[in-house]
Design a binder for this molecule. Structure first.
Ligand code: TNX
Length: 501
């Protein structure tokens, strides 16, 4: 989807939000089974009566929604609800032609039967996730669901996690788990930071030493490794089946020590330090922009392979923390190259100094950075202000193995939740960012991601004037058993009452 489509679907959703007659906003946001939904739905209408499920249901499914079918079947099987044509209760999953629901919206009705409807397979996937949150994690004997109607759609089309697999490698298995968990909270973008000074993690067939040499290093104490193209294609399909687009980032022209160590000719001739790097400091490495005949064929060959793996319309080219006279020229050329290949480039905020086409997306990360000129030029933004969304910072002040350069009190759950994207007029949405200089195990990654990523999901999905931290805390607190069932080793957040044992 290009950003014009994204923006116009935002407009459609905004107008739906203003005039949804049958669906009042959630009035009492209490933590009963009926409302323990995160992110908060746009509207939830409680009805009188309840539906009793005996432990078996009959499924009626639209063949045109293969991903939602699989998700629903898995969800029911996972909690011990059998599928049986003779069962008394129907669960109906159907695609409907209701323009008001947009690309990702859905309707979920619990009455004599359970009805999930949406225009798209992705909308139905979101309906399945809401149903999972309403149901307990284990059904013994039976379950009662209150009659209700949810009509729901996201405030922002871009709801993401930026995950650094370059400093410290994360396995395919861990990424699959993370994708499943993101989908549970209706997140839809996984931005993989695939290259940096400390490691190059994506196989590029034209430059095999990038992974032979660049894939073998990591930040000190971190894990090394790389993904083959087949593994990445598998991940793309795995994510797609769960409503998530993987957005690749190859960070250029700085943060490239792993590339320079692999192919020394990419560095300027006077550069002496060409060894693999495992430190924490950044900002010293750069492709030799004075050798365009070497650098740009490299950039093109890498991007061609990246694009062949990742169908994402948006491709991240990095561009952070570089001070070089030819930096803006690099951004202009790389943006044009990506556009020439039929895709849309994303750069970190610094790239906004360059002259590019208006579709180029900038990712805002320093709270104090003045991004207003780019907004005035109409550039779409992805919002990742570090003092709200850098979840390599502590869950609490002084948490060991976390950064605090952006905010010395850390970035606790309430802080993440407090981010208001609405002043950024061209925002596509938000991304929480997990950098991994200090995250060297899956357990540490879980601890940094959860529950804060759920707060980020609500910031991006639920309109700012409908949501509130108190309601979030109650609903999220009530989802603890679901997180346990998914095997998440979350931070035992005090605000959620999870620090008791
Ligand atoms: C800044 S955010 C960086 C990363 C670091 C991160 C640590 C950005 C574009 N650059 O290289 O990992 O801070 O918090």
């Amino acid at each position: 989807m290009n950003h014009n489509v994204l923006l116009s679907c935002l407009l459609v959703l905004a107008s739906v939000g203003c005039s949804s007659p049958s669906a009042p906003a959630v009035a009492a946001d209490t933590p009963t089974a009926s409302t323990r939904i995160v992110p908060l739905p746009q509207s939830l209408d409680m009805r009188s009566g309840e539906l009793r499920l005996s432990g078996a249901v009959r499924l009626e499914m639209d063949a045109d929604a293969p991903h939602a079918r699989r998700a629903l079947e898995e969800a029911l099987a996972g909690i011990g609800i059998a599928i049986d044509d003779a069962a008394p209760t129907d669960v109906r999953l159907q695609r409907v032609d209701d323009a008001a629901l947009g690309e990702e919206g859905y309707r979920l009705v619990v009455a004599e039967r359970i009805e999930l409807s949406a225009r798209t397979d992705i909308g139905l996937l979101h309906a399945v996730q809401s149903l999972r949150q309403l149901l307990p994690v284990q059904v013994q004997g039976g379950v009662r669901l209150p009659h209700l109607e949810i009509v729901d759609a996201p405030a922002y089309p871009w709801r993401g996690l930026s995950l650094d697999v370059a400093r410290s490698f994360l396995s395919v298995d861990y990424l699959e788990k993370t994708i499943d968990r993101m989908a549970f909270f209706k997140l839809n973008r996984l931005h993989l930071h695939l290259t940096d000074d400390q490691g190059w993690r994506i196989e590029i067939k034209a430059y095999p030493k990038l992974t032979d040499i660049g894939g073998a290093s990591a930040v000190e104490g971190g894990r090394s490794g790389f993904y083959t193209q087949d593994e990445l294609r598998h991940l793309v399909a795995y994510a797609q089946a769960r409503g998530i687009t993987i957005v690749p980032e190859v960070d250029l022209p700085g943060h490239t020590q792993a590339a320079l160590a692999s192919y020394n000719e990419l560095a300027c001739d006077d550069v002496e330090n060409l060894a693999p790097y495992s430190g924490l400091e950044v900002g010293f490495s750069v492709l030799c922009l004075d050798k365009p005949d070497v650098v740009y064929p490299f950039v093109r060959a890498v991007l061609e392979e990246v694009l062949a793996i990742f169908p994402s319309q948006e491709i991240h080219v990095g561009g952070d923390e570089i001070d070089h006279p030819l930096y803006a020229d690099f951004v202009s050329r790389a943006a044009a190259m990506v556009e020439g290949m039929g895709r849309t480039a994303i750069f970190w905020e610094e790239g906004s100094v360059a002259v590019t086409g208006p579709n180029v997306i900038y990712q805002f990360w320093n709270d104090g950075y003045d991004i207003s000129a780019a907004v005035e030029r109409g550039h779409p933004l992805i919002l990742s202000p570090c003092s709200y969304l850098y979840i390599d910072h502590g869950n609490y002040a002084g948490q060991p193995q976390t950064y605090d350069w952006c905010r010395k009190e850390g970035v606790p759950l309430a802080r993440v939740y407090g981010f208001d994207p609405t002043p950024f007029k061209t925002a596509l949405g938000i991304e929480a960012a997990l950098w991994t200089e200090l995250v060297h195990t899956d357990e540490a990654a879980d601890n940094r991601l959860w529950p804060r990523l759920a707060a980020a999901a609500e910031v991006a999905w639920s309109p700012a004037d409908q949501r509130g931290y108190e309601g979030f805390v109650q609903r999220m607190g009530a989802l603890r058993a679901h997180l346990d069932a998914m095997g998440i080793r979350y931070h035992r957040e005090q605000d959620l009452g999870w620090d008791g044992e």
